[in-house]
Write a protein that binds this ligand. Structure first.
Ligand code: ZN
Ligand code: FE
Length: 258
C-alpha cells in the first residue's frame, strides 16, 4: 500500500513523501530543504530510497546535496534542465519503478511553462505536479509561454477525473480570492470556498486536489467560461480571441492581484 504524506517546508512548500511501510522506505518529491526531511525520516523510522525533482528552482532542489551526502540513492529529474546531482534525467513517457521495493512505477509527463523543462510524475492515480498546477491556480510563467503552460494544464486536466494532484505549495486561499473575482457566479467555487477556508482554519493542507475539483473551480482550466472571458476582457481592455489569450490575461492579472 502506497502512503503519501506532506512534509511542510519553508513558508508554504510541501515536500511529498511516498512511503512503503512494509519495506520501511520513502521517496521524497522536491526536497527544497533537507532538515525537515531528515526529521521526518527519523521520527517515522524510514530509510530514504530515492528523490524525484520536478524543476530546477531552489525551493525544490535545495536539499538534494545534503540528503545525498551520505546516501547512495537515485535522484530523478528533468532531462531538459541544468540540475546538479541528478542520477537519472527523465522526460515525457519515461517509466521507472519507484526505488525502495515499492510495487508501483512512476511515469513522466512534460509540463513546460513555469520553467522550460518542468516535469510531473504520475504514480498510479497520483500526479506530483510541482509548480505547474495549484489548487484553483497555476504557476507563474518564468520561462515558458502562455500557450505552453496552457497546454500543460490541459494535459493535466485530461487525466481521469479522480486523479489526485499533489502540488508543491499551499497557495489555495490566495488563489481562491482571485478565482472568486474572475468567476463570482460559479456555484462550485462558492461551495469550495467554505470547505477550503475551514480546512485552512484547522491548519490542515488543502492539497491534494483532484482533476474533477479543478475542472469545476480552477479559472485557468475554465477559459471557456463566458463569465471568465468577460472578466479577462475587462482586465485586458480589449476582446480576447482564443482561450490561450484568456489564459494569458488571467495569468498577467493574477501577477498584480492583491
Ligand atoms: Zn518553482
Ligand atoms: Fe516552488
Amino acid at each position: 500500500m502506497l502512503e503519501i504524506t506532506p512534509i511542510p517546508a519553508f513558508e508554504d512548500n510541501y515536500i511529498w513523501a511516498l512511503i512503503n511501510r512494509d519495506a520501511g522506505t520513502a521517496v521524497v518529491v522536491d526536497p527544497g530543504d533537507a532538515s525537515p526531511v531528515e526529521a521526518f525520516l527519523t521520527k517515522e523510522r524510514l530509510t530514504l530510497s530515492g528523490i524525484l525533482i520536478t524543476h530546477h528552482h531552489g525551493d525544490h532542489v535545495g536539499g538534494v546535496a545534503a540528503l545525498r551526502a551520505n546516501r547512495d540513492i537515485p535522484v530523478f529529474g528533468p532531462a531538459n534542465e541544468a540540475i546538479d546531482l541528478l542520477t537519472h534525467r527523465v522526460g515525457d513517457g519515461d517509466c521507472h519503478m519507484l526505488p525502495g521495493e515499492f510495487s508501483c512505477s512512476f511515469s513522466v509527463i512534460d509540463v513546460p511553462g513555469h520553467t522550460a523543462g518542468h516535469i510531473a510524475y504520475l504514480v498510479e492515480d497520483h500526479l506530483f505536479c510541482g509548480d505547474t498546477l495549484f489548487v484553483m491556480g497555476c504557476g507563474r510563467l518564468f520561462e515558458g509561454t502562455p500557450a505552453q503552460l496552457h497546454a500543460s494544464l490541459q494535459r493535466i486536466a485530461s487525466l481521469p477525473a479522480t486523479t489526485q494532484l499533489f502540488c508543491a505549495h499551499e497557495y489555495t486561499l490566495s488563489n481562491l480570492k482571485f478565482a472568486l473575482t474572475v468567476e463570482p457566479s460559479n456555484e462550485a467555487l462558492q461551495r469550495r470556498a467554505f470547505a477550503v477556508t475551514e480546512t485552512r482554519a484547522s491548519g490542515l493542507p488543502t492539497v491534494p486536489t483532484t482533476v474533477a475539483e479543478e475542472l469545476e473551480t480552477n479559472p485557468y482550466l475554465r477559459c471557456h467560461s463566458s463569465e471568465i472571458l468577460a472578466s479577462a476582457e475587462r482586465f485586458a481592455g480589449s476582446p480576447l480571441a482564443t482561450e490561450v489569450d484568456v489564459f494569458a490575461a488571467l495569468r498577467r492579472w493574477k501577477n498584480e492581484f492583491r
